[in-house]
Write a protein that binds this ligand. Structure first.
Ligand SMILES: [Ca+2]
Ligand SMILES: [Ca+2]
Length: 380
């Protein structure tokens, strides 16, 4: 890959200019290449390759950094293959999410010709975050050429939105839909619902579960049938595991809405949940996960205290003694945006939250073998 090329505005659909990119490395032999339009709105007449010269004259460098839609990984495209070292060191790179430094778990080499480095993050990466990466240089080689350093290179963030729980998710905000149709919803709040549910149809949702536990899952349901059923599944490597089955009571009309609930045990992490239709037809307006942690639940052993809660302009968070393990605080908003990441070992935070929006935040204490979550409510 060459990395993105910015095209100039030419002032008309038939006003032509020539623009170019330097240092495109082509292998010997027959080559198929692809032009990908990252953004629409250009006409292309022709291209040509000029000024061939040996690739040894070009520096070894990073072309682009990009995330996939799913997964906590960043792909760095290089213009040449890595020949040494055989094992790449995570410490040679620094990954940033927002202003927080994110620990890199491992780095693997892949892609066509071994010219892509997959940087695996140890923490979840989110769709609405600014991601950047730096490489300090002098440790990765193509032959005797050292990979040029990069500083705070912007990563093209293509991550799909994962709903941080607890959350209400509209049925129509699925990630994938197989077999269901959307219709106008006459329930409170309007919007859309899914309908025409047949056995084997499914809806997939992307969620981020900050804390493992038994969640209550509420379904906003309307059905004229007596045997409407769903299976809740979680995507895992190699297939889908079943988390539970839910049977719905008849509501007496296709727009007669009731809330029906089932418990579901969720592991911590970012993943895909599937609602697989296993029974008769029903309509779904939304689903809502409610959290096992309630507001005001504080000072659990090895946890922390939030004062005051609800808060307005300032909040103090005090960690209980947790031994010598290096835990740290992280705070995210209801959309999963990281508002604060602390350094390990800080026991007391005094935060100015006057610039934060009113609403719910999750305060997490994380460390080896430690994961505690509490809700923080801001209201003025
Ligand atoms: Ca269907
Ligand atoms: Ca809806």
């Amino acid at each position: 890959a060459t990395g993105p090329i910015d095209l100039p505005s030419t002032g008309g659909w038939q006003s032509w200019v020539t623009t170019g990119i330097e240092g495109v490395i082509l292998p010997e032999g027959e080559v198929t290449f692809r032009v990908v339009f990252d953004r629409g709105g250009s006409n292309l007449h022709f291209f040509r390759f000029l000024n061939a010269r040996p690739d040894t004259l070009l520096p070894f460098r990073v072309l682009s950094a990009v995330t996939p839609e799913l997964g906590d990984v960043v792909y760095l495209s290089l213009n040449k293959r890595v020949t040494a070292p055989a094992t790449l060191q995570a410490g040679d790179f620094t990954l940033y999410q927002g202003t927080a430094e994110v620990e890199i778990d491992s780095i693997t080499i892949g892609g066509p010709g071994g010219r892509v480095l997959a940087i695996h993050s140890s923490l979840p990466l989110f769709y609405n975050q600014s991601l950047k990466i730096s490489y300090r240089g002098n440790t990765i080689y193509h032959g005797d050429q050292s990979l040029s350093a990069v500083s705070m290179l912007a990563i093209q963030n293509h991550l799909a939105r994962h709903y941080p729980l607890p959350a209400r998710i509209q049925a129509e905000n699925f990630y994938r839909n197989s077999g269901l149709e959307l219709e106008n919803c006459l329930d409170a709040g309007g919007g859309l619902n899914t309908g025409y549910a047949n056995a084997g149809d499914y809806l997939d949702y992307l969620v981020y579960v900050p804390e493992a536990g038994d969640y209550d899952l509420h379904f906003r349901i309307a059905t004229e049938r007596y045997n409407a059923r769903l299976r809740i599944q979680k995507e895992a490597p190699g297939g889908f595991g079943t988390l539970g089955d839910v049977s719905f009571d008849r509501t007496g009309g296709w727009q007669n809405w009731t809330t029906q609930s089932a418990p579901v045990n969720l592991e911590q992490g970012k993943y895909l949940l599937r609602l697989l239709v296993t029974g008769e037809e029903h309509n779904l307006n939304w689903i809502e996960f409610t959290d096992p942690v309630s507001i005001g639940e504080q000072a659990v052993a090895g946890g922390f205290t939030i004062l005051p809660n609800p808060a307005t302009d300032r909040v103090t968070i005090i960690r209980e003694p947790v031994g010598s393990k290096p835990s740290r605080f992280e705070i995210i908003d209801a959309a999963g945006k990281i508002m604060y990441t602390g350094r390990p070992g800080i026991d007391r935070l005094d935060l100015d939250v006057s610039g934060w929006r009113d609403g719910l935040y999750l305060v997490m204490l994380k460390g080896p073998g430690i994961f505690r979550v509490q809700k923080l409510l801001l209201g003025r």
